[in-house]
Design a protein around this ligand. Structure first.
Ligand SMILES: Nc1ncnc2c1ncn2[C@@H]1O[C@H](COP(=O)(O)OP(=O)(O)O)[C@@H](O)[C@H]1O
Ligand SMILES: [Mg+2]
Length: 231
């Protein structure tokens, strides 16, 4: 077995108001695999995701590609783990799509020419290069999601984390997203309530319940065990 690209041990996190959101999470992600994170609203999935690139910091128990997720390692960890948030609007803030996607590479210290070249390539890869001069605000939900994915790909991450990526997408948009993600070689963690999508993309799944991983197995095993269906 290769070394995991993400290793989480006994992760706990309590919000300032006393809400215990994570109560001892053990999790490994291996190179090239896709794991679905299932579970009810409020079970801690997003809180977990926020720990993977150090946006939240609970106990010292998250390791990314051998690096503990601590302040000193955050720039490197954030290059390795690309997170696409549930609400793409929160990730899009520049006047044009191209500038938005070039922002991350520029911040890494690439020259404007290199950053633009990377942004163009990522937009191609995400299938949204046609919108490059548009304002992100004028895009459809599916297009916004693609731009957010392009923004993450422009950082050339080793790991992709997507929090409820099919939300707001119509069925064709969901199928296109699935096809796009399947082409990307990175190890992936995908939070989803869409079992068809989970089945199509994930080799295995974990089920979050009250801040813990209550079970792990195939998507189908967890769906039948927890009577977890979309409709
Ligand atoms: N900023 C916050 N402050 C306090 N409690 C929060 C905050 N964000 C989330 N929570 C709580 O933490 C728990 C886990 O939430 P979350 O990680 O968003 O779950 P999920 O993504 O599975 O829906 C819930 O009880 C939620 O209400
Ligand atoms: Mg969530």
């Amino acid at each position: 077995m290769p070394d995991p690209v993400i290793q989480v041990r006994g992760l706990r996190y309590t919000y300032d108001d006393g809400t215990v959101a994570l109560n001892g999470i053990d999790f490994d992600l291996y190179p090239g695999e896709t794991v679905a994170l299932l579970g009810a609203n409020g079970s801690g999935k997003t809180t977990f995701v926020l720990h993977l690139n150090g946006l939240l910091h609970g106990s010292d128990s998250v390791i990314v590609c051998g690096l503990p997720v601590i302040a000193a390692n955050l720039p490197e960890v954030r290059r390795k783990v690309g997170v696409v948030f549930q609400d793409s609007d929160e990730q899009l803030f520049m006047p044009t799509v191209l500038e938005d996607v070039a922002f991350g590479p520029l911040n890494l210290g690439l020259s404007p020419e290199e950053a633009i070249a990377r942004a163009r390539k990522s937009l191609e890869q995400a299938g949204i290069a046609s919108a490059l001069h548009k304002s992100p605000y004028h895009l459809s939900a599916g297009e916004k999601r693609r731009v957010a994915i392009a923004g993450v790909l422009a950082m050339v991450p080793d790991i992709l984390v997507l929090d409820e990526p099919t939300t707001y997408l119509d069925p064709p948009g969901q199928r296109e997203l699935l096809a796009l993600l399947r082409q990307l070689p990175q190890a992936k963690i995908v939070v989803t309530h869409d079992m068809q999508f989970a089945r199509a993309i994930a080799s295995r799944a974990v089920f979050f319940e009250k801040g813990k991983i209550a079970a792990a197995g195939s998507v189908d095993e967890l769906v039948s065990r927890f009577h977890w269906r979309s409709e």
